[in-house]
Design a protein around this ligand. Sequence first.
Ligand code: ZN
Length: 121
Amino acid sequence: MNIGRFHRQRRRIEQRFPAGSKRRQAMAHLVREARAAMVVVSGHAVGWRLPGGAMSCTKRRYPNATAAYSDLDRIASTSAAGRVPVRAYPCEFCGGWHTTAQGRKRVFIHSKDVSMRNHGP
Ligand SMILES: [Zn+2]
């Protein structure tokens, strides 16, 4: 099974069974049929990897940053209070983009590096 077919089957299952044991059964069947392996990072299921190496993430996949941010804006403007996505990021697994409600991780710059850049020879 190729990744496109896996994506389509997944979408069909998710539309047909909003949640619950029926969805879990259907997903288990699909995963068996595709011989996919669940990928878990830091205790979270990120998606399924097919034998060929292609990845199907649990999160909605956008083809590029523009698509991800335009959907993020749409969600932010239509959602009431609650957890809404605040940024988009490129995915290292599927090569697409996802949105997240988590803020950007802090990036620390050593003061030594900054002074070298500012006052170097
Ligand atoms: Zn992904």
